[in-house]
Design a protein around this ligand. Sequence first.
Ligand code: NAP
Length: 264
Amino acid sequence: MEIKEYVLNRKTEMREEISTLDKAPVLSIISVGYNPASESYMKGKCKDSAEVGITALMSRLPEEATQEQLLNLIKEQNDDPSIDGIIVQLPVPKGIEEKAIIDTIAPEKDVDGFRADSPYTSCTPKGIIDYLAREGFEFKGKNAVVVGRSNIVGRPMAKLLLGKDCTVTIIHSKTPEVEKRWYLAHADVIVVAIGRLGFLDESYELKESAWIVDVGINRGEDGKLHGDCVPNLKVARQTPVPGGVGLLTRLALIENVLEAKKAK
Ligand code: NAP
């Protein structure tokens, strides 16, 4: 199924489930300063929330806000039982540490799933695994290759694939080229999350039966968004950019908010 259709179907299911709850789930979105890309992401999160019946509360702090002011606001919201999930839109201005933010959000409200002790799975890997499962990808015993080892995508992705009984390899910038090619040639599912436009191209020998998940978002010289993989590789499935993993990540966030509400 196309990702757009899959997301629409899941949102319909969620809307129905939320309509049966006694009170709508509440997501708090906190931002500091102004960043055009962040504005567009926050607009997307508010739209997704509204579509399924989640109440999104926006709190905007000025560019000159201190870390203490931000952490105090988070603490107030941690103690507010009417709020189910809290996210702080990243990046934040210089002078505010991302780690301090993550460490302050209460684990049970950390719907981004950034804390090690958060009960929620971080959104991009969760969105990808749920989609692959819904599409009938049979994980057990398959070779999974994750390209990229960041804390928000590569590492949690590899852990989830391992949890699904895949044989998992992580490739990173220090992996020799010849080894990269060998692992990729044997992969049944490949998740590419490095932020290098067109990294995976036709020069790589890939299994025709492979599924490719393209996480990358890169602005091309044409001014448009492109993934880490060139389109239309000769494989069984390949997620598009745009209209691919970005939509799955957004879906996973509202799913985590619903989970947070239900966990109460
Ligand atoms: P990141 O923190 O910059 O990490 C990039 C990773 O790629 C690093 O582990 C790096 O290896 C590895 N890498 C870089 N060049 C490589 C190469 N030539 N071969 C193999 N590995 C290489 O990036 P990120 O936050 O994970 O994001 C990755 C991409 O996904 C970005 O384009 C980002 O915009 C996108 N993204 C999309 C979504 C979405 O919802 N669609 C969500 C999150 C991120 P080292 O560790 O050795 O440096």
